[in-house]
Design a protein around this ligand. Sequence first.
Ligand code: URA
Length: 235
Amino acid sequence: MNADARRREYLKALGVDCYRPRGAVAPASASASHVESAVIEPAPPAAQPPPADWESLRARVNACRACTLGSTRTNAVFGVGNPAADLLIVGEAPGAEEDRRGEPFVGRAGQLLDEMLRAIEFTRDDVFIVNMLKCRPPNNRDPLADELAACRGYLEQQIAHVAPRLLLAVGRIAAQALLDVNEPLGRLRGRAHHHDAWAAPVIVTYHPAYLLRTPAQKARSWQDLKQVRRILRES
Ligand code: URA
């Protein structure tokens, strides 16, 4: 399958209808119609060496007992990807599979996140993926305010080290916590936010777990991803 056909497969998996310019020849696997054939930029340059104290930050996260989740987790989940990425993705908290494997977004929601990234021609090695909480809340309950507060310093240090050009908050919890607001997610998406705490703008989109339950919103998430792509190209 060529790159164009592969991209269309990913977009189809996201529930996005693909269109191509009138008169263009459709690849064998695509159902052609009209308009929209986005030119995709090459992936960002390869990783720079991480800052010297990156590994000590990881060690501090792994040893953290700042809240009670430190004693109920199996593994702390530091984050994964390119520590010099332009795009840093912030989720909520590890789930059962992430807790078991020590890596963020490795369950079904993670597979969809990977597809969403592929749709804008990234892999999880091109971006850096973290969660607001490094440890799993029991029974996947929502993070508590004191847990978010206890973990925030780690996130701040990660963002300072990675120095991304853009933050993408996936889901209400991450968006509200990053931006210190209570607005519903639907009112936060669709525009870039600037918050004094972060050197980079923040874009908000739906959590992939929510998209698995509510596939009708996938088209909106594609709008958000296109905005991510646009900002990274223009900045
Ligand atoms: N949901 C999240 O927000 N983060 C994960 O790592 C997994 C599921």
